[in-house]
Design a protein around this ligand. Structure first.
Ligand SMILES: C[S@@+](CC[C@H](N)C(=O)[O-])C[C@H]1O[C@@H](n2cnc3c(N)ncnc32)[C@H](O)[C@@H]1O
Length: 981
């Protein structure tokens, strides 16, 4: 993880620039003032009243009865309102706090002592510092009995809770509306109108301060009525108020009168009409007015989510209520039962408030009777609603929960990804082994963080705050399955440039610090100064490892990965699977280098009397990989240092302007302009050794939301380099380069540019040096005079003919490279899927799936004698080989896709370019092709571009636009059809 040699002082100013605008870009504008706290006043009431809820949809005339054009005179209405509002204060929940009786809850119950309240959201407490273990899988996941019979609160109905809850679960199916009534019953109304109605009712219930149960029951009555009665759009609002009136009579201590329901519709309906509708609803529902709504379940599940805390966690309750109320707006949510929506709302609320923790646990599983897996579909639907809430045209729920009294939960960021692992039922007896392992990892992590704190490692700038963990005020260890695995998450919002971690020099593992603690090591190392500093650090690391618990750094060392996926650790199969000559060669070189360095260092290891297992090549590979992937740069040793806690940051590639802060990230642009080649010192960094502080200081490279992973830029790397030094690749890596083999004479001609400047960019475009060299190479030698050379070095085209030759040549070259590779892009995708299937221990492969495996998968199974083990448990070694093989396929797929990109790009441009009359300009590169006409109908028909809704490409497009167009919006198969057919 080599950090830049750039000093902290050089880097810091770049972090101080304001990040407001970039945050806006990423997260949209801040909430408008309209979503801020709204005063409850008569004026506010009138705001609710005056809305014409279905107007947009029904195209009603302004004077239509259902959507009256309200006037300011209305505000004089309802003289008793304020008195009534006071009377109608929310009632306490009645029977919904169902709890379970002892008979059904006895298994596994752990006696609970009442604890002090602790908030569930991430707070800078030491509780939140060790999130590397999921909640369900660590020792804290003890089942908690939430039905304490001695509970003083009779409303909790502890004795009958279980029976009540079971009854509600059984009853919910009976009181459910049809899930498809819009399609099968209704003719004039649709789900959008229903949404508008519910949105308005949310506002009404807020203005009249009705209890939440009233709102939920209202919506239940509406849906049940609509399930069997066709209604016109003009009557939809009437149905809404009639249902709310019934629900209010059922739930409220002091329900609003019928006149008030007429008034709230701006007297659109007469009193008799409302009463008639009330009677129709009651008759249709056969006076069965109680129904288990989401709210019924939510109350109990929310209690289960909080365990046995004295005081409720308001933030969790508000968040879950917000999510559940959003579900009311959405007709399609009717397909989920209320208990499922309630459980899923709790799941998502917990996850939103603390994305670093597994939201589901044994207590929730027990009381909701849902496994995490069963919630998945519903949680995803709710997450979609939350993510879209800020752009929704139905703002009432969002506005309501943007208020202080609801803890502003609607303003909380809803993470877009939920780790699939969180839906796994990991407490089954099958996973006991895993759980034990995670328990122990959890404990050692706690020990490690405590040990680090004692050494002065801290994520707090306030030295007076002494804690028994070095984290918790700024960062927390967490698992990010899709972005590097174990890493560090933000436990609060972080500002760009903020110091997030400080690791004092005495905590760093360096050759110097290790030899300082061991005379024997120092003496031996001094005799082997011919070894490189990295070799010496490797030996010191192995030596330290061999000490086991006696090592000063033992708490740190136990957390190092046991194995790595760096190129040097690849076996023959994985190496060959890279397919591309350059990559295979890089792997061979890395393997050979590791071997030769090991051989050179063996003598020193022998002298140190290391146990044979620490002297082996395997141990050496481990030590070298540890150093390659985890060291940070320090000024006094080129091998770098191992930085406890600091090496838990995962990687973020430089290159995104909104993330970075000017300066070195312009490397690509510089290259484009011909000023090629970055140096190590130009690489981006987010920290460095600060001599004054005598500590390694790490800074936030951008703003972070609570719960987001905090990343570090280790430097600028292509995917092959990432694989070589760190053992992973990125799908979106703006620094990736693809090298296609070129003719020797071409390399000779390009001698003024370094060889590695002739490449294809991540977006499929050729590099400046490659285009320029080709332009020159493709004209006869006799014509390469001074004026031509000047044009070439200025980045300009030489002639139309020459330019087309360049395009054709590149296109052909790329296609022939792709053709020569053993597998196609499509096949690679299938191989990746097959590897995933093989790696999934929960998936049982059908015979026909196994038979359909392609030759590479078969060869792998053959080479590793795995045929008999399919659907069985692979051993650790096999799993490791498989993950390396997967990396190879992933790398070559990404590489091939870029080559394909270039091939297609040129193919397309040259086909049309040939027929066109275009003039060269001096802007250089392919920008000069901006006047190409895309007029062939085959391209126009192939277009599927949201930017051009009429599905036609406009007559003239800039080259960049064409490029963008083809790679972002047209799939490879569509493009194949368009271009090659
Ligand atoms: C300095 S360590 C980071 C912490 C590491 N994840 C851990 O658990 O200790 C670097 C290693 O993390 C993993 N890693 C870091 N960033 C990654 C990313 N963006 N994608 C995938 N893996 C990543 C790679 O295995 C890499 O070698």
């Amino acid at each position: 993880m080599k950090m830049s040699k750039t000093t902290n002082q050089n880097r810091r100013p770049s972090f101080t620039s304001s990040t407001e605008s970039s945050m806006r870009k990423r997260h949209g504008p801040p909430p408008s003032s309209s979503s801020a706290v709204k005063p409850i006043s008569n004026t506010a009431v009138m705001v609710a009243k005056k809305r014409a809820p279905l107007g947009n949809i029904t195209n009603q005339k302004k004077d239509s009865r259902i959507f009256p054009n309200s006037s300011s005179a209305d505000s004089a209405h309802c003289p008793n309102k304020s008195a009534k509002l006071k009377l109608a204060a929310p009632t306490q929940p009645v029977c919904v706090n169902a709890c379970e009786t002892k008979s059904t809850c006895e298994e596994e119950v752990v006696p609970i002592e009442r604890k002090a309240f602790s908030n569930l959201c991430i707070t800078p407490s030491s509780d939140t510092t060790t999130n590397v273990m999921s909640e369900t899988e660590n020792k804290e996941d003890k089942f908690m009995n939430i039905d304490n019979k001695d509970d003083a609160d009779p409303q909790l109905c502890a004795t009958f809770a279980c029976d009540i809850y079971n009854h509600l679960r059984a009853a919910e199916a009976k009181k459910q509306p049809a899930v498809d009534y819009m399609a099968t019953v209704q003719k004039d109304v649709n789900s959008t109108m229903r949404g508008i109605l519910v949105d308005w009712l949310v506002e009404v219930s807020e203005e009249y301060r009705l209890v939440p149960e009233t709102l939920y029951l209202t919506v239940n009555y509406i849906d049940r009525y609509l399930s069997g009665n066709v209604i016109s759009r003009q009557k939809l609002q009437l149905l809404g108020v009639a249902c709310m009136m019934i629900a209010a009579k059922y739930e409220e201590v002091c329900a609003p009168q019928v006149e008030e329901f007429c008034y709230i519709t701006d007297n659109t309906y007469l009193k008799d009409e409302v009463l008639d509708m009330e009677s129709a609803v009651l008759n249709y529902l056969k006076f069965e007015m109680s129904a288990p709504t989401v709210k019924c379940f939510l109350r109990r599940f929310s209690r289960a989510a909080q365990g046995v805390h004295e005081a409720p966690c308001m933030q969790l309750e508000c968040m879950a209520s917000y999510i559940a109320e959003l579900s009311l707006l959405e007709y399609t949510m009717l397909s989920h039962s209320p208990s499922l929506v309630a459980a899923s709302a709790i799941f998502l609320a917990k996850y939103t408030l603390d994305p670093t923790r597994r939201p589901w646990n044994s207590t929730l599983r027990h009381y909701t009777q849902y496994e995490a897996m069963e919630l998945r579909g519903c949680v995803m639907d709710l997450q979609r609603l939350c993510s879209n809430a800020h752009v929704s045209t139905l703002p009432a729920v969002r506005d309501k929960y943007s208020q202080h009294k609801y803890k502003f939960v609607a303003k909380k960021f809803c993470p877009s990804i939920i780790p699939p692992d969180f839906f796994k039922n990991s407490l089954s007896h099958k996973n006991q082994g895993l759980r034990r392992r995670m328990d122990s990892e959890h404990q050692t992590m706690e020990t490690f963080l405590r040990w680090s704190a004692e050494l002065g490692v801290s994520d707090s700038t306030d030295p007076s705050q002494s804690h028994d963990s070095c984290l918790g005020r700024t960062l927390s260890v967490a698992d990010f399955p899709l972005a590097g695995g174990r890493g560090l998450g933000a436990v609060r919002e972080l500002r760009k440039g903020e110091l997030v971690l400080k690791v004092p020099r005495n905590a760093l593992l360096t050759t110097e610090s290790m030899v300082a603690k061991d005379q024997n090591l120092r003496d031996s190392v001094n005799l082997h100064r011919s070894l490189s500093s990295t070799q010496i650090l490797s030996v010191c690391l192995l030596y330290e490892m061999s000490k086991g618990k006696c090592s000063f750094w033992y708490p740190y060392l136990v957390h190092l990965p046991r194995d790595y996926d760096l190129l040097a650790t690849f076996g023959e199969f994985e190496k060959r699977a890279l397919q591309v000559e350059d990559a295979v060669w890089a792997a061979e070189k890395a393997i050979a280098k590791s071997q030769s360095e090991w051989k050179e260092a063996v003598t020193l290891m022998k002298e140190l009397d290391l146990k044979p297992k620490f002297q082996s090549l395997q141990a050496w590979n481990w030590a070298s990989a540890t150093i390659s992937s985890r060291t940070l740069h320090i000024p006094w040793d080129s091998a770098g240092c191992l930085c406890p806690v600091g090496d838990l940051f995962n990687y973020d590639a430089p290159g995104d302007d909104s993330n970075t802060s000017g300066g070195p990230e312009t490397v690509n642009n510089a290259e484009e302009a011909g000023h090629v080649v970055e140096t190590q010192s130009e690489r981006l960094t987010d920290g460095g050794f600060d001599g004054e502080a005598n500590a390694y200081c790490l800074y936030a490279r951008r703003n972070y939301q609570l719960g987001e992973q905090v990343l570090l830029c280790y430097g600028t790397y292509t995917n092959l380099e990432l694989l070589e030094h760190y053992g992973f690749t990125l799908d979106e890596n703006s620094n990736d380069k693809v090298f296609i083999p070129l003719e020797t004479s071409l390399y000779a001609l390009a001698s003024s540019w370094p060889k590695d400047s002739l490449y294809i960019h991540q977006d499929g475009k050729p590099s400046f040096a490659l285009v320029s060299t080709l332009r020159l190479w493709l004209i006869p030698q006799s014509q390469r005079d001074k004026s031509v050379m000047r044009l070439v070095y200025a980045g300009s085209q030489i002639s139309v003919k020459n330019e087309i030759l360049v395009m054709k040549w590149v296109s052909e070259k790329c296609r022939s490279v792709l053709k020569d590779l053993p597998t196609s892009i499509l096949e690679d995708r299938v191989i990746l899927q097959d590897i995933d299937k093989l790696q999934d221990p929960e998936l049982r492969l059908e015979q026909r799936e196994v038979e359909a495996f392609g030759s590479e998968v078969r060869a792998f199974l053959e080479a590793n004698h795995l045929w008999d083990l399919i659907n069985g448990e692979f051993c650790g070694k096999t799993k490791r080989i498989m993950s390396k093989w997967r990396l190879s396929v992933q790398w070559r797929l990404r590489n091939g896709t870029r080559t394909f990109g270039l091939s297609v790009y040129h193919q397309m441009l040259s086909v049309d370019g040939e027929a066109e009359d275009f003039s060269c300009d001096s802007s250089g590169g392919y920008k000069s092709i901006e006047m190409y006409k895309i007029r062939t109908s085959k391209y126009a028909n192939a277009s599927i571009d949201p930017c051009f809704p009429d599905k036609r490409i406009p007559g003239e497009l800039q080259a960049d636009t064409i490029h963008f167009f083809f790679f972002k919006y047209v799939s490879i198969s569509e493009f194949n059809n368009a271009v090659y057919m």
